[in-house]
Design a protein around this ligand. Structure first.
Ligand code: ZN
Length: 134
């Protein structure tokens, strides 16, 4: 793994949270993107070298809706940048980590993504992401 790619925060309303985090960071989000496969709308903030992703559920079956129902709003996942997501998934499986989706999904911000089950990572949902090269 190379670095933290972003931190994902589950929010009830992207609109009001965009306003809140814009105030906090002193700058607006740089993009909004829907991720159909996950049932979420996302927005991204760039703070120096770091990125924050806000996630809002678009339907009741969305993992974000379920997360907020159980735990309320807050930090949802930490995403790590990897060079070769398939290789990283097989390495982590060999190490005993539980992978939520074997084959990478199309995530927000031009990424292939795989999630690790929080039960194998001390309760932290980990996202691996590999930038899709043009
Ligand atoms: Zn993410």
């Amino acid at each position: 793994m190379n670095k933290i790619e972003h931190i994902g925060i589950a929010v009830k309303s992207l609109e009001s949270s965009n306003a809140l985090f814009s105030k906090l960071f002193g700058k607006p989000h740089y993009k909004i993107e829907a991720v159909e496969s996950e049932g979420v709308n996302t927005s991204f903030f760039q703070i120096g070298p770091n990125k924050i992703e806000l996630l809002e559920a678009t339907n009741a079956d969305s993992p974000i809706a379920k997360f907020i129902e159980k735990k309320g709003e807050g930090i949802h996942h930490i995403a790590f940048d990897v060079d070769d997501i398939e290789a990283e998934v097989s390495r982590l499986k060999e190490e005993g980590f539980v992978v939520l989706n074997e084959s990478p999904k199309l995530g927000a911000d031009n990424k292939k993504v795989v999630f690790l089950h929080p039960k194998s990572t001390n309760g932290v949902l980990i996202e691996l992401c590999e930038e899709i090269k043009p």
